[in-house]
Design a protein. Structure first.
Length: 248
């Protein structure tokens, strides 16, 4: 079981999430719940956990401040945010602090099931990659899984050198290794993931195209548009307009 805590200053939400979702079916166990990130940090000093489900807007310390602190301390703890607000600044910071997912209140059973199933898979990969005994083929496969998981989580601000450092490889070797094992260039795969993330953000019409560009790691919207068009055959604006027309 993966140890997990819940942080929310609203008692009913905190207790409801703790007691009325089948966490054990997804291999999680709620070891504690807190009404403040400050209390959670004190607990985590001597009780490490693999996952945290955390509200964003709370007094004394926000969920973003909590995530920033864990990020700065290089804690290997996965965070899922809860928020009543689908705001650009929150979502951008969540990506910057490598938050696993961002769920909107009122949270549904289906969204919890989807997010924490994916998180369990991510934690399983970490556990497998760290395991002491693997065959050569399994080791190579686990390295590729680790690389892909790292890219999926850090797509907005990672590079070949960053990824190579994460898996303790020379960057040139990683580039050749990734191509050999997947049939794709590292850079092409990274761009593909960025564009997949961009497509997911397109559904939020409150986000401008240049917002999405920044959120997936492009400081220049023109570069983002060119990459998007190369993969999907049309510019982001045209893609979004076509989607809007279909939904009428």
């Amino acid at each position: 079981m993966y140890k997990m805590i819940i942080i929310d200053d609203e008692y009913e939400i905190r207790i409801g999430l703790t007691n009325y979702f089948p966490w054990k079916d997804l291999n999680f166990i709620i070891v504690e719940n807190f009404d403040s990130p400050v209390k959670a940090l004190e607990y985590m000093k001597i009780n490490p956990v693999e996952a945290v489900l955390c509200d964003i807007k709370m007094p004394h310390m926000t969920g973003l401040e909590f995530a920033k602190k864990l990020h700065e301390e290089n804690r290997d703890t996965e965070i899922v945010f809860l928020s009543a607000y689908k705001e650009y600044d929150y979502m951008k910071k969540a990506i910057e602090y490598r938050v696993f997912d961002y769920l909107l209140k009122p949270v549904t059973y289906e969204s919890l099931q989807k997010t924490f199933s994916a998180l369990r898979t991510e934690l399983d990969k970490k556990h497998f990659y760290a395991g002491p005994v693997q065959s050569s083929a399994a080791k190579k496969e686990s390295v590729i899984s680790a690389i892909k998981s790292y890219i999926d989580k850090n797509f907005a601000n990672t590079s070949l050198e960053d990824t190579a450092a994460y898996v303790h490889m020379n960057s040139n070797y990683l580039s050749r290794f990734f191509k050999e094992k997947t049939g794709e260039n590292y850079s092409d795969y990274l761009i593909k993931i960025k564009m997949q993330k961009a497509i997911g953000l397109m559904d939020n019409y409150e986000l401008k195209t240049y917002h999405i560009s920044e959120m997936v790691g492009y400081n220049n919207p023109n570069n983002f548009s060119r990459a998007f068009k190369k993969i999907f055959g049309k510019a982001p604006k045209d893609y979004r307009n076509n989607g809007a027309e279909k939904n009428k």
